[in-house]
Design a protein around this ligand. Structure first.
Ligand SMILES: Cc1cc2nc3c(=O)[nH]c(=O)nc-3n(C[C@H](O)[C@H](O)[C@H](O)COP(=O)(O)OP(=O)(O)OC[C@H]3O[C@@H](n4cnc5c(N)ncnc54)[C@H](O)[C@@H]3O)c2cc1C
Length: 461
């Protein structure tokens, strides 16, 4: 028997693992992928895709309300949560099957089992079978983290369960201020739930530009979402079908569901990392890797959420692809983690790329801010009380656009295109030289001629 049964054993059939397996197999490697739950991983099964389907569905309420100003009479409508969940499940099952088929078509083998490391070259499957691999890729992803075990934590759901609730809660409390918490807040509010968001910090969306944070908060509050900041849930009590959440500020909130979206942790527990000599990054709790995604064991690599670097699907995919090209394709490539566009699929959406104003001012001595808020054309007839935010941050010395932040309809779609320009180091003059496309909201990005603020740091005497 050959020393190794396979060239590559991939632990985890999510976005990153699947891409790595397919590309490595394409380079001629013998590949096995082990998946303990469902092929497709978080993004496909309980992340981006079902979330976006829920988001799309939740927009129809506003659309129907807005239609009146344009002459439509919408008869009273009803919404059926079980239909939404069933149709979403059907689409997710289709995608899951496609993921398996595509991996197999590439020549890799899929094993539906948990896999753990026995040593640096050996993995053990749930049935006790072991396999020897020349290289091992850890692409085990991450899981929701509920934080401290407060009394009643067993009543709290995460985003995983939110996709499968048997009925739409009349009132839901969501603890968390990040993108997952806010997206679910808008999803539930869109379908008609009363939503209370509880967040321990002073404002939601930590890490985003401060103007974006306050703009989103005011837009969500205008849509009736209650946002309580500076407090946490300290206990959850059950009373039949209802829950009472006790808050650290002494108040309490009654709801039919309590959901926490306060963070995710990398799936590193009980993986056998120590046996294989794979170290944990003490700074973030993920698998420690270098710029090539190589772990402390020479033949073991890790990519995606399990490394807790940038927890986004396209990043996991890039890292998986780069790993396979580097190790099996004789094409060494490192992933550039700078200037990654991101979105929050709240209502309205956020699209952002590059530096926030705080980051820009810390890194550059002259920062020009161009910011506009305005009523979108649709709202002039729908009567909806909403405003769009557009913001550009420019290095006053080189004229380079350092960051772009948008809150408004289609912000994610717009920012994907703007990200190309920012990644290419476009200048404000390049933006200004681009003719506006009228009438759009995005034309504001090429028509903001005068800075709304200028920050010049004097050189130390
Ligand atoms: C609610 C939600 C919404 C999100 N929305 C977005 C979004 O809009 N855009 C975006 O870019 N990202 C989004 N993300 C993040 C995105 O889903 C992840 O960044 C991405 O899925 C990471 O891919 P991965 O391959 O690293 O891990 P995963 O996709 O998590 O895959 C890991 C797989 O490994 C399996 N596994 C774990 N341990 C083992 C083991 N020992 N043996 C066998 N199998 C194992 C797991 O079952 C899982 O299927 C969202 C996440 C969540 C939770």
């Amino acid at each position: 028997m050959a020393e190794f049964e396979v060239d590559l054993f991939v632990i985890g059939g999510g976005s990153g693992g699947v891409r790595a397996a397919r590309i490595a197999a394409g380079h001629g490697a013998r590949v096995v992928v082990a998946e303990e739950y469902r092929m497709g991983g978080t993004c496909v099964i309980r992340g981006c895709v079902p979330k976006k389907l829920f988001v799309i569905g939740s927009h129809f309420r506003q659309e129907m309300e807005d239609a009146a100003g344009f002459g439509w009479t919408v008869p009273s409508v009803t919404f059926d949560w079980p239909t939404l969940v069933a149709n979403k499940d059907k689409e997710i099952a289709r995608l899951e099957a496609a993921y398996t088929t595509n991996v197999e078509k590439s020549g890799a083998e899929v094993v539906k089992s948990r896999a753990v490391l026995e040593d640096a070259h050996t993995v053990r499957l749930a049935n006790g079978r072991t396999m020897r691999a020349r290289y091992i890729l850890i692409a085990a992803g991450g899981s929701p983290n509920h934080g401290a075990a407060i009394p009643g934590i067993e009543h709290v759901i995460s985003s995983n369960e939110a996709f499968h609730l048997p009925e739409l809660p009349k009132h839901i409390l969501i603890q968390g201020g990040g993108y997952i918490a806010l997206e679910f807040a808008c999803i539930f509010a869109g379908y008609g739930s009363d939503v209370t968001v509880v967040y321990r910090g002073e404002n939601i969306l930590r890490g985003f530009d401060d103007d974006v944070r306050s703009h989103v908060r005011s837009e969500l509050e205008k849509e009736g979402i209650t946002i309580l900041t500076g407090c946490t849930v300290t206990a959850v009590e059950r009373h039949g079908k209802e829950y009472t959440s006790r808050l650290s500020n002494g108040s309490s909130v009654a709801s039919e569901q309590v959901m926490f979206a306060i963070g995710r942790h990398p799936n590193v527990a009980n993986l056998g990392l120590e046996k294989a000599g794979v170290a944990i990054n003490p700074k973030n709790g993920g698998v420690a890797v270098d710029g090539w995604s190589k772990s402390s064991a020479a033949n073991i690599y890790a990519i995606g959420d399990v490394t807790h670097r940038v927890n986004l699907t396209p990043v996991a995919i890039r890292e998986g692809h780069a790993f396979a090209d580097t190790v099996f394709g004789k094409r060494p490539v490192q992933v550039d983690h700078a200037t990654i566009p991101t979105a929050v699929f709240s209502q309205p959406e956020v699209g952002t790329v590059g530096l926030t104003e705080t980051e820009a001012r810390a890194q550059f001595s002259h920062v020009d801010v161009y910011m506009a808020t305005f009523r979108p054309i649709k709202a002039t007839m729908s009567g909806r009380d909403t405003r769009v935010l557009m913001k550009l941050l420019v290095d006053g010395a080189s004229d380079r656009v350092l960051g772009c932040h948008i809150v408004g309809d289609y912000a994610a779609e717009i920012i994907q295109a703007v990200a190309i320009a920012v990644k290419m180091k476009a200048t404000k003059a390049d933006f200004d030289a681009t003719v506006a496309l009228h009438p759009t909201a995005a034309e504001e990005l090429v028509t903001m001629h005068t800075p709304t603020a200028r920050h010049i740091r004097q050189a130390a005497e």
